[in-house]
Ligand binder design. Sequence first.
Ligand code: BG6
Ligand code: BG6
Ligand code: GLC
Ligand code: GLC
Length: 910
Amino acid sequence: MVTAVAQRLASQRKEIDDTLAAFALSPTQLQEVKAKMRVELERGLKKDSHPTASVKMLPTYVYRTPDGTERGKYLALDLGGTNFRVLVVKIRTGMRNSVRMYNKIYAIPLEIMQGTGEEYNMFTIIILYKLRNCISDFLDYMGMKNTRLPLGFTFSFPCNQTGIDKGDLVCWTKGFKATECEGYDVVDMLREAIKRRNEFDLDIVAIVNDTVGTMMTCAYEDPKCQIGLIAGTGSNVCYMEEMKNIEFVEGDEGQMCVNTEWGGFGANDNIEDIRTRYDREVDGGSLNPGKQRFEKMTSGMYLGEIVRRILIDLTKHGLLFRGRITERLKTKGIFETKFLSQIESDRLALLQVRSILQHLGLDSTCDDSIIVKEVCGAVSRRAAQLCGAGMAAVVDKIRENRGLDNLEITVGVDGTLYKLHPHFSTILKDTVRELAPNCKVDFILSEDGSGKGAALITAVIDKYLYAMRFSDETLRDIMARFRREMENGLGRDTNPTATVKMLPTFVRSIPDGSEKGDFIALDLGGSNFRILRVKVSHEKKQTVQMESQIYETPEDIIHGSGSRLFDHVAECLGDFMEKQKIKDKKLPIGFTFSFPCAHTKLDEAVLLTWTKRFKASGVEGMDVVKLLNKAIKKRGDYDADIMAVVNDTVGTMMTCGFDDQRCEVGIIIGTGTNACYMEELRHIDLVEGDEGRMCINTEWGAFGDDGTLEDIRTEFDREIDRGSPNPGKQLFEKMVSGMYMGELVRLILVKMAKEGLLFEGRITPELLTKGKIETKHVSAIEKSKEGLTKAEEILTRLGVEPSEDDCIAVQHVCAIVSFRSANLIAATLGAILTRLKDNKNTPRLRTTVGIDGSLYKMHPQYARRLHKTVRRLVPESDVRFLLSESGSGKGAAMVTAWASRLQNAFMHRV
Ligand code: BG6
Ligand code: BG6
Ligand code: GLC
Ligand code: GLC
């Protein structure tokens, strides 16, 4: 009797052991798995075998892990794991450990995951009904609606990426199976769906697999982290591969993260020897039969299912649950991984295991509990060992890539299986240790999910551009700084050391309508040298007639000796008078000279320093009127009477003042940048008198020359400065004006290309040549309709063969740089406006700003951005922006008219 029972028990035991034996992998078998995985990794990387490889080895366009200098505020979506999450990630000071995250989890209903999508595809549904609401709800909750944050999108499925923000879904895996998505660009679908609702705007910068997000999250803490592992619902690994090994991606330099998609391992039947009948059953009953065979043996979504199938089998053989196969046991999915993890916990007594089973509706005895626990153990152990074998292949590959005998490396891990299962991580680590003895592999758990990593990737891309975006708070701060600079420039004691010189111009009022006469105006210092004849007549009403001619000013003259420069000016003037047939007349001349000059009267102007392109010797510190007169005298073929020298800002203000009496500010946003405005005489310490007003040429281009703007200058601004004719000077001008903007863009593009973020890392000699991108190109690229075509044209001329994505990225860079310029000028102009308002002691300022300059005039968005920001920064003002249609020459003539009237009156008196 006893023997019979013992025999029965022994035979039952044997049956159970036999069933589970298929799950016990010998060291040799594991070695084989490792070797096969290694082969597949190589096949996936090779051009020829890549298309048919079971391990897809997808390029991710992530070229490096974070270096701790990233900062900014980012939005992240995390879709494809157990939870759908929306996050805001704030990376504060650019130092490690300074990341704050706010997130919310939203449920995704099954019908969306597996929607047959009669009407909409999955993205449309999610975006329209879910994602849109979630993000919008989230932004509301964060008080961040209306902020257009850059977004990193963790999308945990295989995507064929051709750029960091472009990924065609290869195929759904795990529990997703929505129609009309495979083969399409996920980012496009997301963008399109958001656009359709037109409610908010997202700037999708990167699409990131969860393994990559996890690697980046962990690499932020540990620079040795170069591998990302997910052991969760799905199973997958990414790692940093040498570019030269990724045959189907151009470029040989550096590294790129490869998303292995090792879940697909086995698709070519090479692990059939270790697959069991249960694995095949689970595969057959899945959403994607035949696919993801390795994943189905190793990941959380399937382990419970394998266990359930074994339990049914054992029950059929009367080895469990008293041989009764209940409806409950027949229910797919009852055995979730979290139960597996609970059952296997060493801390649970058998009774507790039993109660879990009972809770699952499986009426079990204590013996049953033991067996179930054993089954779970066998299945999860195999999963951990297989992942370990795969990981051993990966680390060995990295070690060999680097030609090392020993490798130390860290794996960043995430996923519910790894996190919740009591033994998974230990077995995994043991296996790696056994199979890759030459590698010391550390595993660190990603505490923060992959969203942080996605944000970090976004930050890596956005790093250079981030420093160029300013909040209104920063702009107000810059406005306040400039207010202080203005005060310093005006004060008697502070002026000598002030950087913003606030030069008195001796222009006392804007035109009053009584000006008349025949004048010549010279206009030197902008992009063109122009000579004009301006006739102001006064029959019934004041009318102005102008004729003008542009003269060349060759580089060698601009950079030669001062006397050559003024000889050239005098020669052009002679030519002009000849053509106008006025060589015998002595017309009054107004000279627009667009450089900083110290005046003690209108017709004396001592050049303080050259700016922009000019650098003629022997002029700084000299009175330009004298130099020009000397040159004219030397010729002796005509006579001239230079009555007034005005800065171009002043000329512009006067030109606009002719049409609008309220005009009291003049600004130039062209080759250089500068502003003048009407200041109360009593505030100008350097000029005597208290009554009335005088125009002050601020020379704001020099703002920051004393270090005031160091916190907002970027490495590119510094590089521009170093390569300029006047290093250390005009630092504000170099951040904003037309002479430098194209070059700024070029430097950023070079840097991004070097980091592989653009042009697939290709850098051409043209791209490396100073001056090859001009501000007019920036204007063309930012045109809303043909901008991208222009970008392509311009970049093609630089020899870089841009992709569509490159063109979009370049447009983005241009926009950031020109936006920064408009923002900064809005801040300095805002300071002038608030000063005017205070001077007038009025609650609301009504004024007109006269503007000129090629950047302002030619750039498609600049003016609008500037106006908008100024109105936001100085809300208590009504500002009219008036474009000077006729240049500053007309204004110079107005000043001259006034000066000659004054002179006549004076002569009369004498
Ligand atoms: C999360 C990550 O922590 O882990 C996700 O943020 C990832 O991106 C997930 O997909 C994987 O684990 P599971 O178990 O949720 O699939
Ligand atoms: C012109 C003015 O219209 O604009 C010049 O007449 C001025 O006096 C110039 O210097 C500024 O713009 P840019 O783009 O030529 O430097
Ligand atoms: C599946 C996906 C893969 C993802 C993994 C983990 O294997 O195909 O992209 O990384 O699950 O979530
Ligand atoms: C430079 C000059 C300034 C001029 C401006 C615009 O900043 O120093 O005088 O007004 O360019 O041309």
